[in-house]
Design a binder for this molecule. Structure first.
Ligand code: NDP
Length: 498
């Protein structure tokens, strides 16, 4: 039976006045559940609840807030398998990756819970006697979290875990492709016992709910992950209110293969980086930049391995790669494949929609590899699908120049056994993340995650200890216990002279 969900507002699931939309399994076309297209009034109602709850939540001691995050992590752990199956059936990543998505939720909630007993400020010497100076973090207020479909539980967890421990209440607006994952996620937070109004879920369109959330006067920060165009629009709109914005907008992530690389290790990394999640990760390895000396060997091996991948229903443990997430994604990726063909990029393997039998019910594309010239669109633009562009480089300098020639700067990687290239790449690759002898994917929650250039503002760093920056502001406190007026910059001179 297809389950009908409502909106989660003020600690209760509520019916909506809005029309409904369906969510589907991208591998089979099966309808999974229906959700409301929330109205503007319902969105306002959710923010009203978030605002009311914020006043109480911010006063709850951070270690107590952390206990609730830990309780949520325990429930996520208990329900890991069923939640992983929801991720796989709604989004289409293979079940091992579905489990990884939920594991990331557990990891981050546990990590964020610990932050409740840290959240360090500073004490700094005063220039005057009998005066103390310190800094402390304060939560910004109710926040809006706008999330995509590719990590339908992990991304809501990164954003909400940091918001909650910081003392913020939130309204989550998930992708319209994966509302079921968001609903299951929020069900766990409800079970964990977060106070009414701290956690709110509002489904609906980007133009009504997303736009409305960003523009709402009571929303004090927005954390957004998605496409560049939408991200720029969100940035502009948030700037009008002078609020904090976290933006994580994708990449065109390179793996550089130097001529001394361990080829077996390289190929394992390239296959996982390029075709994991059917290439739909913001950190996916979408460019392989190969030193000319090993280019032919690498290309031969790549084609052989890509052709061996088993494509099918991602719930089957034996499947290596599932479908792309939606009809729109399939159309977009196939358009890029056509662009490659029209621009005379050399198609090495794949390059087609998979059809026949069960493939006709889902959105399948064969793993695709193109040999691409550095100025071509496939070398420069984000495709977000199972399409890998291979480029030839003369040497290390040339490889880094190619790597840095795109407008994005999220993740990057170099395979080499030479310390010189490894250490230079760490400094010279224009990206928020560099891996050495590992692919561009595989972020761990205790480290900062974010990029540069059009991947997003460089102050967006989710996860790690930097996660708090999106949801807190610094308060500086001066405590003068001298019992008299002491004037900074003025009385200091007298002191120096006395
Ligand atoms: P979008 O950027 O359109 O969607 C991301 C989120 O933003 C969704 O929740 C969406 O809601 C919401 N949204 C849409 N319009 C607005 C708006 N005007 N104001 C506020 N929020 C809005 O990405 P798509 O899902 O359409 O994917 C398009 C492309 O974006 C992909 O092909 C890929 O290139 C890139 N992308 C990058 C991701 C990353 O990890 N950096 C993740 C996903 C996509 P709704 O779903 O209702 O439209």
């Amino acid at each position: 039976m297809v389950q009908e969900y409502g909106l989660f507002i003020g600690g209760k699931w509520r019916k909506s006045e809005g029309k409904r939309f369906e969510t589907h399994n991208p591998a089979t076309g099966e309808t999974l559940a229906t959700f409301p297209l929330a109205t503007k009034e319902e969105l306002n109602e959710s923010v009203r609840h978030a605002k009311g709850a914020f006043e109480r939540w911010k006063k709850t001691p951070a270690p107590r807030r952390g206990e609730l995050l830990l309780e949520a992590a325990r429930i996520f752990r208990r329900k890991k398998e069923e939640l992983a199956r929801t991720v796989t059936t709604e989004m289409g990543k293979v079940i091992a990756e579905g489990r990884g998505d939920v594991q990331e939720v557990i990891d981050f909630y546990e990590y964020a819970a610990g932050e409740g007993r840290r959240m360090f400020g500073e004490t700094v010497p005063s220039e005057l006697p009998n005066k103390m100076c310190l800094t402390t973090r304060l939560p910004v207020g109710p926040v809006g979290l706008i999330t995509p479909w590719n990590f339908p539980m992990a991304i809501p967890a990164w954003k909400s875990g940091a918001a909650l421990i910081a003392g913020c209440s939130f309204v989550l607006k998930p992708s319209s492709l994966t509302p079921l994952c968001a609903a299951r996620f929020v069900e766990v937070l409800d079970e964990a016992g977060f106070p009414a109004g701290v956690v709110n879920l509002v489904t609906g369109t980007g133009s009504v709910v997303g736009d409305g959330l960003v523009a709402h006067p009571d929303i004090r920060a927005i954390s957004f992950t998605g496409g560049v165009d939408t991200g720029k629009h969100v940035y502009e709109s948030a700037a009008k209110k002078m609020i904090k914005v976290g933006l994580e907008l994708g990449g065109k992530n390179p793996i550089i293969a130097m001529d001394d690389a361990n080829l077996e290790l390289l190929m394992d990394g390239v296959m996982f980086g390029a075709f994991g999640t059917a290439g739909q990760r913001c950190t996916a390895a979408s460019r392989l930049i190969v030193h000319q000396k090993i280019y032919d060997d690498v290309v031969d091996e790549l084609v052989e391995r890509a052709e061996k991948l088993r494509i099918g229903n991602p719930i089957d443990e034996k499947t290596d790669m599932g479908p792309v997430a939606s009809a729109d994604q399939q159309k977009k990726v196939l358009e890029y494949i056509d662009i490659g063909k029209k621009e005379d990029d050399k198609l090495l393997t794949g390059g087609a929609k998979l059809t026949g039998g069960s493939y006709d019910r889902g959105f399948f594309i064969s793993p695709t590899v193109f040999a691409v010239d550095r100025k071509k669109r496939l070398a420069l633009e984000e495709i977000f699908g199972p399409v890998l562009s291979v480029l030839k480089a003369k040497d290390y300098e040339d490889a880094v120049a190619i790597a840095n020639s795109v407008k994005y700067g999220l993740s990057s990687s170099i395979y080499t056994n030479d310390l010189r290239w490894a250490f230079r790449a760490m400094h010279e690759l224009e990206a928020g993340i560099t891996y050495v002898n590992a692919p561009t994917i595989g972020a761990e929650v205790q480290l900062p995650f974010g990029g540069t250039k059009e991947t997003g503002p460089t102050d967006t760093r989710e996860a790690g200890s930097t996660a708090l920056e999106e949801f807190t502001y610094w308060k500086t406190v001066y405590v003068d216990y001298s019992g008299r007026l002491q004037r900074a910059q003025i009385d200091t001179e007298k002191l120096a002279g006395s």
